[in-house]
Design a protein around this ligand. Structure first.
Ligand SMILES: Nc1ncnc2c1ncn2[C@@H]1O[C@H](COP(=O)(O)OP(=O)(O)O)[C@@H](O)[C@H]1O
Ligand SMILES: [Mg+2]
Length: 209
């Protein structure tokens, strides 16, 4: 068994590991020394269990996610499929406009599939999307996800997409947001209006506070 570190996040360490002649990812939520121990333990545990649960629910809803093989709530770790591909975030600058808009539409469709199933992602940034060689999108990083989502929660999820595009892809934000919304409406239809107008409302609220 060989382990290499794939990514070092603020919250977690992502190992790529080889078992049974296949590659897997072990996501381990590390301790945050500046938090009170009880809070640290609680956060790591709830986020690990939420992530594990939602990875599976999302797949049932038709969204591509890595399959979970095991979860260790005492060690705050999840063993899942390794998805061969590139972070969407890194691809944005390399794609032509047509490809980029296509991927944004698919991103919007995936978020819509989650929302239709009552799930919000919680951290819907372009770093949490992997694009594989077939141009398929895979969603990851579900530690902040919630179920039984209300219109407000869906509006927040969409607002977070807008914010992420503003900060990470500011020169293409409008284009990308419009295509994402197109994909969202494409999947949900008329009912998308509620969450979309809530997204705009949330932005207006932020402006006057
Ligand atoms: N299952 C996976 N397959 C391939 N790469 C992954 C996988 N899970 C995570 N990664 C890589 O590690 C990075 C960080 O993982 P993520 O789950 O987003 O953790 P964090 O909570 O630290 O952001 C991702 O952006 C991605 O590049
Ligand atoms: Mg992430």
């Amino acid at each position: 068994m060989s382990n290499t570190i794939l990514a070092l996040g603020a919250e977690s360490v992502i190992f790529k590991t080889r078992r049974w002649n296949q590659f897997f990812v072990l996501k381990w939520r590390k301790t945050k020394p500046y938090l009170l121990e009880e809070i640290d333990t609680l956060l790591r545990k709830t986020r690990t269990s939420k992530e594990c649960r939602t990875l599976t629910i999302a797949r049932e809803l038709g969204v591509r996610t890595p399959a979970v093989y095991s979860v260790d709530l005492n060690n705050y770790s999840i063993l899942m499929d390794f998805i061969e591909g590139t972070q969407f975030k890194l691809l944005v600058e390399r794609l032509d406009q047509k490809q980029l808009l296509e991927l944004c539409q698919r991103f919007g469709q995936s978020i819509a599939q989650l929302h239709q199933g009552g799930v919000v992602h919680g951290d819907p940034t372009t770093s949490n999307v992997i694009v594989d060689k077939h141009f398929h999108l895979w969603l990851i990083d579900f530690g902040l996800s919630e179920m039984n989502a209300t219109v407000e929660m869906k509006g927040v999820d969409l607002h977070l997409i807008r914010r992420a595009l503003e900060t990470t892809h500011w020169d293409k934000q409008e284009l990308m947001l419009n295509a994402t919304i197109e994909g969202y409406i494409d999947t949900i239809g008329k009912e998308a209006e509620d969450s979309l107008s809530r997204m705009n409302e949330i932005r207006e609220r932020g402006r006057y506070h």
